[in-house]
Design a protein around this ligand. Sequence first.
Ligand code: PDD
Length: 287
Amino acid sequence: MARYAYVNGRYVDHRLASVHIEDRGYQLADGVYEVVGIRDGRLIDEEPHLDRLDRSLRELRIDWPVGRKTLEFVIRELMRRNRLRDGLVYIQVTRGVARRDHAFPTTPVKPALVLTTKNSKRAEADAGAGVAVKSQRDIRWERCDIKTVALLPNVLAKQAARENGAYEAWLVDDAGCVTEGASTNAWIVTTNGELVTRHTDNGILAGITRHTLKSLADSLQLKFVERPFSLAEAKQAREAFITSATSFVTPVVKIDGETVGDGRPGPTARRLREEYVRFASVGEAVT
Ligand code: PDD
């Protein structure tokens, strides 16, 4: 367990870290977050994660709680204090503490900033055995492009998946198309070798890992297509996989109990994972 958390200007014992009961994040899910993956003491794609944090904050008209340079410093200081080598840094900004009212506070409040870290086993470069996914109706709102802490539909979908022996839920819209996972982006490799993932708009989160993978796919001269794909198409695909800051590229070998391809991680997903791990290993280590 991490020894320190950062809460509004202080590094505090993680077990004792707390915020006020009238924090609007706690009462109203009025806040945003980012998860930055850490590998071998290096931050993966820090800059685009902080750019996306900036966008989420602007969309919800929440001010930056500290300057960006300060946040970059705090991230590193927390990593050092917690001797974080592999895992993630969680960054959360909420609108702040105010007496409960749905509308924004009328007097200025300071946004609340919380950071925690999570250690995990060093992610393997090889893809392992792959994971199963379970489809769930996408019942989320129309601003899934904002990375808010309002995650109840995602929580319920993930829980339903876990109760069905699956690792991730794939969310399906009214047209029968897979939007994304509960906490990952969804991809398939078609029978003619095209790499397909849904286009970004308000319907999904524009994943940072997704974006990096797009460049890696280009450098490998893979054909990359952004379009909706149906659950039925995914089940017939040659390969499927998910991406996120914490799962990197993880092959999907089962959808709703049906085998994808030959039931083992496919060559494209395995290659992309290796490339991603290589990408994550460059740059200066913090810890
Ligand atoms: N989840 N879609 C959703 C709904 C997500 O919550 C996430 C990230 C992604 C992938 O985005 P990225 O590649 O930037 O991590 C897609 C994080 C890891 C989480 O909530 O823990």
